[in-house]
Design a protein around this ligand. Sequence first.
Ligand code: FE2
Length: 165
Amino acid sequence: MAKKKNISKGTNSVGLDSKLSKALVGELNLTLAAYQVHYQNLRGCHWNITGPAFFELHAKFEELYTKAQVVIDSLAERILTLEGRPLHTYSAYLKASKVKEQNDLTTAKETVACVMGDMSVLIAQQRRVLEMADKAGDEATSTLIGDNVTAMEKDLWMLRAYSGV
Ligand SMILES: [Fe+2]
């Protein structure tokens, strides 16, 4: 009986191991931070793009940051569901993000390269989350992140095709 009590004491409100869940929240916060910097990079690309590809890339970057915004909210709310607190300040994001902020990109080549680079970092980051979610038996986080990775890999392929690399 006492043993059972100890086991439930080690789980959170959704029945996941508290320690594994806490570690997962840490990795989710790194993902949230990276997405926020990626989001702002996309905003910069959307605003500052110039040249013959302006109309298509201006619209494409808007489509991508709109998608990123939805993911960002899902990540923050998953963190809260797991009883964590989402990072929410710019200073915390810049400190935690493996995606680096970019400044004054204007050409098609440099903006697309920036977004592709960000996406590669985000995919790798989310694979780390998937490993930890698997360890914690957290299928909901696995589904959320798996869907993000699937969509982002497709976007990355399209940008690769667009840029011919
Ligand atoms: Fe706009």
